[in-house]
Design a protein around this ligand. Structure first.
Ligand code: XIL
Length: 587
């Protein structure tokens, strides 16, 4: 590991070209400062026009991508994006036996030579992938060669290939995927010929052919604790104890966003895994990261947001763990992925435009602590009989967001139809029908008779959203009790649950900027009132709302709710909701 990053502000000056340097962007280890101030109105520009490879640091020196030869040599956009954003490449297939070895006596180095030369021309190092793997083998390499034949073929192959690129390929995935999920050796042609010692023999042969190359054991699903990880750990430990040159462990990390949403994998788990392997004295690399979106339900922008969080969390885990020295994605554009069409698992779209995932990757590489992607403890979504989009992620994303002040009682966060951007909570359903509503809320158990809520909202100037800010009492669920907000034409209105009443209170709701809205609902008193303030000025007072709050309330909520017109893009953001027994006030 080299020099520690000199200064956050310098780094960001270099990298966040968009936001300008020496300006108001205040960068500190507190990511809120960076994300809150500098990138306020456009939260997805951390990467901006910068290069991903510039986010490499002494913490995560390698920012890599798997590369395939055809587009690299014939699609200028592909070649340019690859050269721009990555400081290392892994040939995705060009170094596999099936390409290199058409027959027992032939080597076809054309593709690999081209990729290694391209990498060198772009100042990129190369990760050699892979010397011994049961997949992508030519038909001639089979059991009929006999134990000696297979052994000779393997050792000659390793010697020839590694020697050819000696000094030019920095590390090799020497043995790939040797273990089953149960932690036993996979029954492949090498094991059948040589027994488990094929693994140590492969490492020894690779080391002899290029003593300067770092040699890796690479596998998938070893990020999860369990039999496979235990077996990989024990295998690498025993190999090293026996003096076998194993220098690295590659965690492939073909990861599923659904696993992150459901808490099957967490940043902490990934960190623990990295640290565990690191305790053996090896370097750890994330070698084949992708995060397929096709198994995740929800609107596209929601899924892209989850993907951003996943990439962020992975890079953040690598950044935080000294043993981890690189993040490589398996491909980089959705145009070329080994996963099914439509899975869109990579950081750049099929037109080479950076997706939110690229921004997430940059955020993690920068060392910004990611929000956890899931929180399974509070996933309740209720109301509107399933009309709402509801996901564990949303609840999690809202955790820690907003505050409940001065109200006492127990605080819980619930979220439906909303998710969190870098700074703000967004409630958005771009193409949903008007019957779909999303809301975010804070909940307080135990209440007085007068409840204030405050939200800082950003409603885009182009928005035709029907927005309501509300407080409510629980027995009126599944719908909110009374809310004040704006209708589709922008007028400030009051809405009353269970009645057809929608009353116009007053002026137009400001759009295109952040607005501080304070709503007071007086409940349980005869002649209750609802009163709305926008940026400190009272814009409406409504009498006699008490019939809504007949009896028995115990939980008061506040939030925003919106109902976009069918098929229209819609977005409302809120960065804070306060529920209070006294007027919160707008700063
Ligand atoms: C895949 C490639 O992406 C495909 O193009 C090829 O046909 C099969 O292999 N784990 C690995 C990689 O270690 O070598 C695999 O790459 C993906 C799973």
């Amino acid at each position: 590991m080299g020099v520690v990053m000199r200064s956050w502000s310098l780094l960001v000056c270099v990298l966040v070209v968009l936001s300008g340097c020496g300006s108001e962007v205040e960068v500190s280890e507190d990511n809120e400062a960076l994300l809150g101030e500098g990138l306020d109105s456009d939260v997805e520009t951390l990467l901006g026009s910068s290069r991903l490879r510039d986010f490499a640091s002494s913490n995560v020196p390698v920012v890599g991508a798997a590369v395939i030869v055809a587009p690299a040599t014939s699609n200028p956009q592909y070649a340019a994006a690859l050269a721009t954003h990555y400081n290392e490449v892994s040939p995705e297939v060009a170094l596999k036996w099936e390409v290199l070895r058409p027959s027992p006596v032939e080597y076809r180095f054309g593709d690999a030579d081209a990729l290694v030369s391209l990498a060198e021309a772009s100042g990129q190092s190369v990760r050699g992938h892979t010397l011994v793997w049961e997949v992508n083998l030519p038909a001639w390499l089979n059991d009929t060669l006999g134990p000696t034949g297979v052994r000779d073929a393997m050792l000659t192959h390793i010697d020839t290939v590694v020697r050819r690129y000696s000094g030019r390929i920095a590390h090799w995935d020497v043995v790939n995927e040797a273990l089953t999920s149960g932690g036993t050796y996979r029954n492949n042609v090498f094991l059948r010929a040589m027994g488990p010692s094929y693994i140590s023999q492969a490492f020894v042969a690779a080391h002899a052919a290029d003593p300067t190359a770092k040699l890796a054991y690479n596998d998938f699903a070893i990020e999860f604790p369990g039999a496979k990880q235990d077996a990989a750990f024990a295998m690498v430990r025993d190999l090293r104890a026996a003096g076998v040159p194993v220098h690295e462990v590659g965690i492939q990390l073909h990861t599923r966003p659904t696993d992150w949403v459901n808490g099957v994998i967490t940043t902490q788990m990934l960190r623990d895994t990295i640290r565990r392997f690191g305790s053996l004295g090896v370097e750890v690399y994330i070698t084949e990261l992708d995060a397929r979106l096709d198994q995740l339900s929800g609107p596209d922008n929601f899924r892209l947001e989850v993907q951003r969080q996943v990439y962020w969390n992975v890079a953040a885990a690598c950044y935080a763990e000294p043993a981890c020295n690189g993040v490589t994605t398996w491909g980089f554009t959705d145009l070329h992925t080994w996963l099914p069409a439509g899975s869109k698992p990579l950081p750049f779209d099929s037109s080479f435009v950076a997706k939110p995932a690229a921004d997430g990757l940059a955020s993690g590489l920068l060392g910004l602590a990611a929000q956890p992607v899931t929180r399974t403890s509070d996933t309740s979504c209720f109301g509107l009989s399933g009309a709402l989009f509801c996901d564990a992620l949303e609840s999690d994303s809202l955790y820690g967001w907003g505050q409940v002040r001065q109200a006492g009682g127990q605080v819980a966060s619930l979220a439906t139809g909303a998710y969190r951007g870098l700074r703000a909570v967004r409630a958005t359903t771009p193409t949903a029908p008007a019957t779909r509503r999303g809301y975010v809320e804070k909940r307080v158990n135990g209440t007085g008779t007068t409840i204030w809520s405050r939200a800082r909202l950003f409603v885009p100037s182009t928005s035709a959203n029907d927005l309501t800010m509300f407080t409510m009492d629980e027995p009126l669920a599944p719908y909110f009790g009374v809310g004040v907000g704006m209708d589709a034409t922008g007028r400030v209105i009051l809405r009353v649950a269970g009645t057809p009443a929608t009353r116009v209170l007053g002026p137009t709701f400001p759009r295109g900027r952040w607005v501080c809205a304070e709503l007071r609902i007086q409940v349980a008193d005869v002649g209750g009132q609802a009163e709305l303030f926008l940026d400190g000025s009272r814009v409406g007072l409504l009498q006699n709302v008490d019939t809504l709050f007949a009896s028995g309330y115990g939980t008061v909520k506040a939030g925003i709710i919106y109902a976009p017109p069918a098929g229209t893009p819609a977005e409302v953001r809120a960065d804070e909701i306060v529920v209070s027994a006294t007027r919160p006030g707008c700063q």
